[in-house]
Write a protein that binds this ligand. Sequence first.
Ligand SMILES: *[C@@H]1O[C@H](CO)[C@@H](O)[C@H](O)[C@H]1NC(C)=O
Ligand SMILES: *[C@@H]1O[C@H](CO)[C@@H](O)[C@H](O)[C@H]1NC(C)=O
Ligand SMILES: *[C@@H]1O[C@H](CO)[C@@H](O)[C@H](O)[C@H]1NC(C)=O
Ligand SMILES: *[C@@H]1O[C@H](CO)[C@@H](O)[C@H](O)[C@H]1NC(C)=O
Ligand SMILES: *[C@@H]1O[C@H](CO)[C@@H](O)[C@H](O)[C@H]1NC(C)=O
Ligand SMILES: *[C@@H]1O[C@H](CO)[C@@H](O)[C@H](O)[C@H]1NC(C)=O
Length: 413
Amino acid sequence: MLWPDCKVLHAIKGRRRSRWGSMRGSRLKISCSFWFVLLFGAGGLILFIHLQDLSDMVQQQGPGQALCSNTISLLLLKVDMLEAGKMVHFPAFNWSKPEQASHRVTKRHRKLLKTSSAIRSLSNFSSLSSPTPKSWQHFYHMQKARHKLIEEVCAKYRSNISQTVTSHHVSRIYVEDRHKLLYCEVPKAGCSNWKRVLMVLAGVASSTQKINHETVHYSNHLTRLDSLDQHAVSERLRSYTKVLFIREPMERLVSAYRDKFESPNSYYHPVFGKPIISKYRVNASKSALRTGSGVTFQEFIRYLLDVHRPIGMDIHWEPVSQLCSPCLLDYDFIGKFETIEEEANFLLHRVGAPKNLTFPTFKDRNPEAARTSTRITQHYFTQLSASDRQRVYDFYYMDYLMFNYSKPFHDVY
Ligand SMILES: *[C@@H]1O[C@H](CO)[C@@H](O)[C@H](O)[C@H]1NC(C)=O
Ligand SMILES: *[C@@H]1O[C@H](CO)[C@@H](O)[C@H](O)[C@H]1NC(C)=O
Ligand SMILES: *[C@@H]1O[C@H](CO)[C@@H](O)[C@H](O)[C@H]1NC(C)=O
Ligand SMILES: *[C@@H]1O[C@H](CO)[C@@H](O)[C@H](O)[C@H]1NC(C)=O
Ligand SMILES: *[C@@H]1O[C@H](CO)[C@@H](O)[C@H](O)[C@H]1NC(C)=O
Ligand SMILES: *[C@@H]1O[C@H](CO)[C@@H](O)[C@H](O)[C@H]1NC(C)=O
């Protein structure tokens, strides 16, 4: 029996109402209070300045790296502590919006940073010393740039953004309380491996190697954010590290098509394949209509672009801008599937994951088929007309814009 990937079962008749229906309409304000923004903005700026200073230092000194990386780790922790106003175990990322800081506040905090004695008690956090200053800086700037872009794109399209967090907006998010992580599941962008990691972090599995695909998706070991009550949800949205991993939209789409329609699938063939074939295939054979197998890429794209789809949307091809509400939820860490290993491992290190836990590289579905690459994606899209390519691009336009993927074809605009 083949299972659908990443819980698809509410794909059909709209989304299931969750227990958390009361959240709808209630006012969970997303904007933080002003002082909070200032404070954590200032923290970011201090961090930024110090990273700059230290990177210069490293470049001049050469082999003094080990020392510098320790210093940077301490500074990072220090900044987070200032914001929390107390000692914390492992802080959340707090990497967004430093550009809003004013210099006055920055100075004050810089002073605080120097005079506080708390830094001494941090000599214990030796596990923080492994990323080199260069990699800290690399990830920090990368995250800053990704945040800034999302913010800009969201601001531009603000009129069409809901201002209230409802259970629907958090229905794709998984909760890991021990390390204070929220992970928004994006199918075809490493979600199975992320779920394995969350299970190990949560202590329900000792190693990612031992978790098979069915357990990942059907064991109910992971908590979904929309299963919690309103207070618990807003508390976690406020204080946990919110993580999103995305993928080039066309590659994700082709990956989903290959997985769900080219390979045998006891869910997608009957549920999606049958209506797709019956609507878009002229003179479909009886057996094709009966099994729903053999949907072509062109047929799949006709379905995707049809305003009167015979069967609903599905999370495997729904744009991430709708799946995870990045304009509303202000993710702390925006990772990319294309470099998932290094980015996920950095993040794991940062949230204090066990040292022996590294991001796995399982290919869950159809392990014998090649991973969908740029080349494979191009191959599929050459089967489409130029106008269909354009329309698919338009369909994922917000994802392209927000996550800074370049145009996939020369002939789209
Ligand atoms: C390091 O932390 C442990 C507990 O986490 C504590 O018992 C120990 O005293 C600390 N060592 C230093 C040098 O602070
Ligand atoms: C977008 O990506 C390009 C490279 O593809 C890079 O040069 C640019 O800095 C990125 N922009 C942002 C805002 O991240
Ligand atoms: C907002 O965007 C969604 C899809 O992104 C669209 O269906 C809807 O019509 C838009 N609403 C407005 C008011 O533009
Ligand atoms: C990692 O270490 C923990 C103990 O610290 C152990 O229980 C676990 O099995 C180890 N995992 C792997 C994959 O080795
Ligand atoms: C910033 O970090 C502090 C300390 O970890 C935390 O209390 C606060 O909620 C964080 N803010 C955000 C927006 O994550
Ligand atoms: C469909 O099948 C009928 C009978 O076999 C044939 O006459 C007709 O031309 C076919 N139509 C198409 C578009 O292939």
